[in-house]
Design a protein around this ligand. Structure first.
Ligand SMILES: [Zn+2]
Ligand SMILES: [Zn+2]
Length: 385
């Protein structure tokens, strides 16, 4: 198949400005990026084609040559020095991995820090951060807790101490690129620089990879970790354990481990940050005559609460300092109780008799003047006209 014109590939006119070429390239590279085209078999070829075209047109020298000689400008490579594969197309047509890395850098910046630095220094890579979701009870959130969790993670290989080399030997400088990570090849009229194929740009090679980790310097492992859950955590609290994430690559620092807290619902208490709410049933007679009740507290104890005479359902009372502790210190919250007056059930004949008598007497001291019945009477009067 004939090679397409580079300007056509990028969809720009001959003589387009550098800025337009760059813009067109970015758009096309994104469009055909394999990450966005999973399953489309030709996206990789198109992506390469776009990359190759831009490689030629972004460089003034190459562009001038292309404008003069067309594709012939880059054909018939005169043999390549280090690492370049003979006969291969010269520009951007190298192996896919390097084309991919180049555009990835260009489009997305210094992705994951892996290719930063340059200069052929060995790339130590920071390990990933890990997230662990932990459910705790309200009691645990109140008192704090010690938990042991198993974290699946990769850790530094003990056999090679993370170097990836058998017997702990130091990696050696790549003989192909002398540690530069890049090689130069003479192609046509020009010298091209590309990622070293021997070390993949690392600048270093491991002659005998560690058998335990296969040269990666880290191995997969489940790690038991003791976690201190401080008192006062709530749903959404994040606890950061610095350096407890995935191990770094080739001596890079470890990532962090983040514990995301989720506090389970409680059967008795509802929580609103540092305050707790609890609905407490109270006997009708206690509510009417006043008295004392016992309410449970989150610390497992109980508190005595005075019920004033004539308390209605829904009455709220505050127990100072009986709520949750504050995560960052400071005062403990309060506990609010809401009274729910209970109607007695399963009455005996004697109880009914007493209640009937009570009802008769009530007509005298619970007259229509009470606010609700007063309002009802006024409502009816107005309706009648
Ligand atoms: Zn190892
Ligand atoms: Zn190399």
């Amino acid at each position: 198949m004939a090679k397409r014109d580079y300007y056509d590939v990028l969809g720009v006119a001959r003589g387009a400005s550098d800025a337009d070429i760059k813009k067109a390239y970015r758009q096309k590279a994104k469009e055909h990026h394999p990450d966005r085209n999973a399953g489309k078999s030709d996206s990789e070829a198109k992506f390469k084609e776009v990359n190759e075209a831009y490689d030629a047109l972004k460089d003034p020298e190459k562009k001038a040559a292309y404008d003069r000689f067309g594709h012939a400008a880059f054909e018939g490579g005169t043999g390549a020095s280090a690492g370049a594969r003979g006969g291969q197309r010269a520009y951007g047509g190298g192996d896919f991995a390097s084309a991919f890395s180049d555009v990835f850098d260009d489009l997305f910046g210094d992705f994951a820090g892996q290719r930063g630095g340059g200069g052929g220094q060995p790339r130590a890579t920071r390990g990933s951060d890990l997230r662990y979701n932990m459910r705790v009870t309200l009691e645990e959130a109140f008192a704090g807790a010690q938990k042991t969790i198993n974290v699946p993670t990769s850790v530094q290989c003990e056999v090679c101490s993370g170097t990836g080399a058998e017997g702990g030997a130091e990696p050696t400088t790549c003989p192909t690129c002398s540690g530069m990570g890049k090689v130069r090849a003479q192609q046509g009229f020009f010298t091209v620089e590309r990622t070293c194929p021997t070390c993949g740009g690392m600048g270093q090679i491991i002659k005998t990879p560690c058998r335990n980790c296969g040269g990666a310097g880290r191995v997969e492992k489940e790690r038991a970790l003791n976690v201190n859950i401080p008192a006062g955590v709530e749903t959404g609290t994040r606890i950061r354990l610095g350096g407890e994430g995935e191990a770094g690559l080739r001596g890079g620092p470890s990532g962090d481990l983040y514990i995301f807290i989720d506090v389970k619902e409680h059967g008795l208490f509802q929580r609103d940050s540092e305050n707790l709410f609890c609905r407490v049933p109270v006997a009708m007679s206690t509510a009417a005559m006043g008295g004392e009740i016992e309410v449970p507290t989150i610390d497992g104890g109980r508190s005595r609460v005075k019920i004033p005479e004539g308390s209605q359902s829904g009455r709220q009372m505050r127990l100072r300092g009986k709520g949750m502790p504050a995560l960052r210190g400071g005062q403990r919250g309060d506990m609010f109780i809401e009274l729910a007056v209970e109607t007695p059930v399963n009455l005996t004949a004697r109880q009914k008799e007493l209640l009937r008598e009570f009802a008769e007497l009530s007509e005298n001291n619970n007259p229509e003047g009470s606010s609700f019945f007063g309002k009802v009477k006024r409502f009816w009067d107005e309706m009648k006209g």
